[in-house]
Design a binder for this molecule. Structure first.
Ligand code: UDP
Ligand code: MG
Length: 139
């Protein structure tokens, strides 16, 4: 039994398309637990620091533009193997490669506008959860 914490973000495209409720419902139905949640408009500095691993990629400017295009909902999800379970639930980066049972398959529009974020490993989960939540903000 490894209880993990991971970071989820409902991205601006899913917010704009009114999928916030359905995505939260997927999390609740999965047996994972919501331990923190906030709705934000990210700043350019936050996006650039959050996605620093991609700052040399060709898609970085457009990724930043997408994340700044509207509100996001950031959530800390907790549970048994939460990191890999959440990644499995969201599906691959490109919705075209996702099954319909995945969140990106159901709600993503393109490889960039792919509805949600999920931490990809324990190190990034630690960095990303601390990026948005202090211990006192978790329930
Ligand atoms: N992205 C993009 N173009 C690409 C690859 C990725 O715009 O060719 C965006 C997309 O929103 C993705 C994010 O950059 O979710 C981070 O990319 P990563 O490779 O980390 O994918 P993820 O871990 O989100 O599946
Ligand atoms: Mg990633």
């Amino acid at each position: 039994m490894t209880i993990e914490r991971t970071l989820a973000i409902i991205k601006p495209d899913a917010f704009e398309n009114h999928h916030v409720g359905e995505i939260i419902q997927c999390i609740e139905k999965s047996g994972l637990t919501l331990a923190g949640m906030k709705m934000l408009r990210l700043t350019a500095s936050q996006v650039e620091r959050f996605y620093y691993v991609h700052n040399d990629k060709y898609f970085f400017p457009l990724l930043c533009e997408m994340m700044l295009s509207g509100p996001v909902v950031v959530m800390l999800i907790e549970g048994e193997s939460a990191i890999s379970r959440w990644r499995q639930m969201i599906g691959p980066t490109d919705p075209a490669e996702c099954g319909p049972e995945t969140i990106r398959g159901a709600f993503g529009e393109s490889i960039r506008h792919n509805a949600v974020h999920g931490s990809d490993c324990p190190d990034s989960a630690a960095f990303e959860t601390a990026f948005f939540f202090s211990e006192s903000e978790l329930v």
